[in-house]
Design a binder for this molecule. Sequence first.
Ligand SMILES: Cc1cc2nc3c(=O)[nH]c(=O)nc-3n(C[C@H](O)[C@H](O)[C@H](O)COP(=O)(O)OP(=O)(O)OC[C@H]3O[C@@H](n4cnc5c(N)ncnc54)[C@H](O)[C@@H]3O)c2cc1C
Length: 374
Amino acid sequence: MDTKLYDSAVIGGGLAGLTLAIQMADAGYSVILFEKEKYPFHKVCGEYISMESFDFLQRLGVPLASMNLPMINEVMISAPNGNTLTRKLDLGGFGVSRFALDSILAALAIKKGVIFLEEARVNAIRFSQNEFTIDTTLQNVRAKLAIGAYGKRSLLDRTLERKKIENPKNFIAVKYHVELDFPDNRIELHNFKDGYCGISKVDGEKYCLCYLTTAQNLRDNENDIKLMEKNVVMKNPFLKKYFTEAEFLCDKPLTISQISFGKKKVIESGVLMLGDAAGTIAPLCGNGMSMAMRSSHEAFQLIENYLKNEISRHELELRYEAQWNRLFSNRIRTGKALQYLFGAEALTNTVIATLKRLPTLADKLISLTHGNKF
Ligand SMILES: Cc1cc2nc3c(=O)[nH]c(=O)nc-3n(C[C@H](O)[C@H](O)[C@H](O)COP(=O)(O)OP(=O)(O)OC[C@H]3O[C@@H](n4cnc5c(N)ncnc54)[C@H](O)[C@@H]3O)c2cc1C
């Protein structure tokens, strides 16, 4: 057991955990971060980041402006029947692979003094006598604050006895990096039966092709991804073209399963949850990454107040939860509504046809999925 009492222990080194750890280290607090994987590593993600977090990442030290990243200002959505809707994106976004971004942030965190343990899985978090004990596969540590930034799903949910995060409709997601003749400034979202696939450019001359669909779709196709792509995904004419013409840069797809969009609690057994661990947004809204970083930005300000004894632990929890709800509840609700509208083949065909006739409504819906710069 490490006997030091850290100001904060962060569980999970994705965007929420890394950006919180960096802010805390910048302000002179002691932080230990546990990540079960080893950097750099790939993640299943569409890799389109809305511009709202561009300045924040630059302030933390990520040199985005000099990374020659694609700037994305147009979206095209297609229905399973091939009907399309194209709109300009007011705020827009940029493309960068998680392989690159997460490892840049991890290196920054180490440089700024975060104690960083890779290949360290957190198994349990206990709270007693106003401090947390974090049990990990490498060592156990003590901290004044425990931050849950472990993403959509972790065995930790079970040890924390988190309730009601299961959802009967489970999803799976698949990602490839490909080379393709495709506009740099555009993100395309193509719907197919019970799923959708996003394509946009990232760093290097490569494109991220990532889709989400129901676990049922895979089961109906003998649990064979290639068969499902042939029988279901490629029924959309755009996806048929891309899957046929693209050069796939990896031997196998990267996959995740058991994704659920059930409601989660923002504080659990005293642990402050950030990013997907506090509430997962449907990827159709394309902004889970910015929300993860925004949650760390908001949490950090309150954590500082707590560590400076300006507010109590109880006030920290109340204020963080209120702030989370103020910033994200509507976005998560919009995400769920869109997920529903784009959930079924016939409905999606109708929605696209309607939005084409009502472009102002389409723009309003798009703006609801993007937040403000921070
Ligand atoms: C198919 C799909 C496409 C998406 N596309 C986009 C998109 O284009 N744009 C966008 O903005 N968002 C997108 N998202 C959402 C986005 O990926 C997430 O919202 C974002 O990654 C959340 O960041 P996070 O830091 O909360 O979690 P994560 O990035 O998932 O990080 C959590 C980390 O915790 C680690 N961890 C887990 N358990 C433990 C443990 N017990 N101990 C130690 N470490 C642990 C994990 O290894 C992981 O590195 C997409 C999501 C999906 C599923």
